[in-house]
Design a protein around this ligand. Structure first.
Ligand SMILES: Nc1ncnc2c1ncn2[C@@H]1O[C@H](COP(=O)(O)OP(=O)(O)OP(=O)(O)O)[C@@H](O)[C@H]1O
Length: 280
């Protein structure tokens, strides 16, 4: 169970996430929706501890993950894989190595620096790529793949972490409908078959309705809806998106968050991996 108690995050005077209370049982597939700026990314990033809450407590299986430091924090970040809108692969490395990077937190620094992966690790990386239908691209440089293929590689890398939770921050916002479907189908399959909890930010209502048993709606940092997708009535949608009528005025423009130039975000870039990548 993932528990959030009165979780708040401020950026200066701006409250990005406010008093969020959520209990997410293991194995649930949860979609987080809301307008651009509602606090969805900040919420996910706090769970993974890419950013810290200003107040409140986040627990997983009874452990206060919001208080972890050092090796225990790295272990949590291994258990809690993150998928990003912009994939965050290392473009100059081949696909197989990118997937193997999912093992970095399982291994000693020395082995990482030498860039040595075992045969078993390579075999499971190939198996993960096969599962995502892109094993044929294993030796291609990641930067040469299409967006949809790159996101599938990112999911394969997440699988290599053997996570308990997958957090996906707008995983399909940069993809065309066909690739978006492949990526969402893959996440749903992983959720169902492995029982891995999936929490995903989504910018279209339809996707949340189609894939997520539970939908959390955020507005101005607060959770304003939390329930099964079928309870997403027009009234609920209006509360989440702040629309004025029957919801017919909810356009792609206000639900889409794929283009946002308002401010720089704290990105989990591959820069943090660079020391460990020295041997590759
Ligand atoms: N690193 C940051 N520094 C300052 N303000 C930030 C930072 N990250 C987020 N914010 C602010 O926090 C609020 C919530 O942003 P957040 O990115 O979590 O929203 P979101 O719902 O994910 O929207 P989007 O999908 O457009 O990213 C916004 O007002 C945003 O400007």
């Amino acid at each position: 169970m993932l528990e959030m108690r009165k979780v708040t995050r401020r950026f200066g005077g701006n409250v990005a996430v406010k008093n969020v209370e959520l209990d997410i049982p293991n194995g649930q597939m949860v979609g987080v929706i809301g307008r651009s700026g509602a606090g969805k990314s900040t919420l996910l990033r706090m769970i993974n501890r890419l950013i810290d809450p200003s107040e409140g407590v986040i627990k997983f299986s009874g452990v206060e993950v919001s208080a972890l430091r050092g090796a225990k924090l790295r272990a949590w970040q291994r258990d809690c894989a993150m998928i990003f809108q912009q994939f965050n692969l290392v473009p100059r490395l081949d696909v197989l190595t990118n997937v193997l990077l999912g093992r970095l937190n399982h291994r000693s620094t020395a082995l990482n620096l030498m860039g040595i992966f075992s045969d078993a690790e390579r075999a499971s990386a190939i198996a993960a790529l096969e599962r995502l239908g892109i094993a044929q691209a294993a030796l291609q440089r990641a930067g040469t793949l299409s967006g949809g293929q790159q996101q599938r590689v990112a999911i394969a890398r997440a699988l290599m972490q053997q996570p308990k939770v997958i957090l996906a921050d707008e995983p399909i916002a940069s993809l065309d409908p066909m690739n978006a479907k492949i990526v969402m189908d893959s996440l749903a399959d992983i959720n169902r078959r492995e029982g891995i909890t999936v929490v995903t930010n989504l910018h279209t209502l339809d996707t949340a309705r189609n894939y997520c048993e539970r939908v959390v709606g955020m507005a101005a940092g607060e959770v304003v809806f939390d329930g099964p997708a079928e309870d997403l009535t027009t009234e609920a949608v209006r509360m989440i998106y702040g629309a004025v009528s029957d919801g017919s005025d909810i356009s792609e423009e206000i639900t889409s968050t794929s283009i946002d130039t308002r401010r720089p975000k704290v990105k989990a870039s591959t820069a943090s991996l660079e020391p460990a990548l020295a041997g590759f």
